[in-house]
Design a protein around this ligand. Structure first.
Ligand SMILES: [Zn+2]
Length: 175
């Protein structure tokens, strides 16, 4: 017996299991390209059981929503099913995430992040077409002083700029 069904399932988090999930994210990316989408996929797996909890493809081209990256789509799908954190989950993606998705993943707090291509490999073969950054150097933008970034930001302080935060903290002091 050499078919897949006869082969024991590799334990969650093992190198062979990780390779299977990265390959699945890669397959999702290729399927998306076939359907006119962008080349990114994401798989979220229960770190303890190995169960696949969500599979997502980048939906930017299909929806026009610039935030519909595969990682964000997966996080939203899981939230819609009642899971408000990725604690206890491993996340597998086609390429190392962009800053938006990395930030979203930091908020969602998965146990691990496993990626296929590096940012540099992605940049070599894919053009996002954004006027404010290049894929390869996107992270460099965040190391700059805010006044030196391509997206300019100005602070305009209201009378009591920290009141919303104090109001929140006061109401959740016992939480
Ligand atoms: Zn992203």
């Amino acid at each position: 017996m050499t078919d897949d069904a006869a082969r024991p399932t590799p334990p969650p988090g093992s190198p062979s299991d990780d390779a299977r999930h990265v390959r699945r994210a890669w397959d999702l990316a290729l399927q998306n390209v076939d359907e006119g989408g962008r080349p990114f996929g994401c798989v979220v797996v229960d770190a303890a059981t190995g169960e696949v909890l969500a599979e997502a493809r980048n939906q930017v081209a299909q929806s026009g929503d610039k935030t519909a990256h595969a990682e964000v789509v997966a996080i939203r799908e899981l939230a819609a099913r009642g899971r408000d954190t990725l604690e206890g989950c491993d996340v597998f993606v086609t390429a190392y995430p962009c800053p938006m998705c990395l930030g979203a993943l930091y908020y969602a707090q998965p146990d691990r992040l496993v990626h296929g291509a590096t940012r540099e490999q992605e940049d070599e073969h894919y053009e996002d077409g954004n006027a404010l950054f290049r894929l390869r150097t996107f992270y460099d933008e965040f190391a700059k002083d805010p006044k030196d970034r391509a997206l300019r930001a100005e602070q305009l302080e209201p009378d009591d700029p920290t009141r919303p935060f104090r109001e929140y903290t006061a109401r959740h002091a016992d939480a």
